[in-house]
Write a protein that binds this ligand. Structure first.
Ligand code: BEZ
Ligand code: FE
Length: 261
């Protein structure tokens, strides 16, 4: 961050905190306790989660330098569970069907085929877009963060075809509770919120000539859509999950990318 901008933002943060202290008449013991609270959260390695829960949605809504054009898919928070370097799964499976995310042979949960297209805001297909996908399993756990799961379980990079179409075989992710870390849970409690997040698929899209897009896809009817503990869910990102003929479920989402600025 360049110095002038850092100066403006830091000044505003400090002014805002001082104003809260004066307005509420914060006492010395309360102030020392607050400092201890932040130190204890940092010592436990809990700060990235706490910050993502409380602040990341505002960062996403602030929208960076405003590169998103009208009609493009809304972005959404990345959250703390992304891992770079997921396996490259290519495009279609050998039989031309959906490509499968890495999963255990006995992966619990309902089968799901997630398909759609990647298009430009101008309307054309975006051939060869790469979708980096990550999701919780049917128990609400993320590989690389919860113990006992294969390293890249339910994570992978999928390439859209020449027509911008993609299709992925996976399982329906569960709504889940974010890790019950004491400082994060206490802040959420004070905000009148629980630990719940509605079920979602995380997607990070990249394509030559387009702005990268990090977003999430949610499912209509999820009981937690309006009570997302991070307040991230947007109506434009909610899709229908439907029973497939015979086996499992399907859902569709068409992504629209902004041209690179
Ligand atoms: C998540 O999607 O898992 C998440 C996002 C923001 C904060 C915490 C969790
Ligand atoms: Fe998530």
């Amino acid at each position: 961050m360049e110095d002038g901008r850092a100066e403006l933002i830091v000044r505003d943060i400090v002014d805002s905190l001082r104003e809260v202290i004066r307005r509420h008449g914060v006492t010395y013991p309360e102030y020392r306790r607050a400092v201890g609270f932040v130190m204890a959260a940092a010592e436990r390695g809990e700060l990235p989660l706490l910050c993502d829960v409380v602040l990341e949605t505002a960062v996403d809504e602030a929208g960076g330098p405003g590169l998103r054009v009208p009609g493009a898919t809304d972005s959404n928070v990345e959250g703390p569970f992304f891992a770079a370097g997921a396996p490259d799964l290519g495009g279609r499976a050998d039989d031309g069907g959906p490509v499968a995310l890495p999963m255990r042979p006995d992966e619990p949960g309902d089968r799901l085929v997630f398909s759609g297209t990647v298009r430009s805001a101008a309307g054309g297909a975006v051939p060869g877009a790469v979708l980096d996908l990550w999701q919780a399993d049917a128990a609400g756990a993320y590989s690389r963060f919860a113990p006992g799961l294969p390293e890249w379980n339910l994570r992978g990079r999928v390439t859209a075809g020449a027509d911008g179409a993609f299709a992925v075989r996976t399982v329906v992710p569960a709504p889940y509770d974010i890790p019950n870390e004491p400082h994060t849970a206490r802040i959420l409690e004070l905000l009148g919120l629980g630990l719940h997040r509605p079920a979602h698929l995380h997607v990070r899209l990249e394509a030559d000539g387009f702005e990268p897009l990090t977003t999430q896809v949610y499912f209509a009817g999820d009981p937690w859509l309006d009570q997302d503990c991070v307040g991230a869910c947007r109506p434009s990102l909610v899709t229908k999950i439907e029973a497939a003929n015979g086996d499992g479920y399907t859902c569709r989402f068409d992504f629209v990318l902004s041209p690179a600025g």
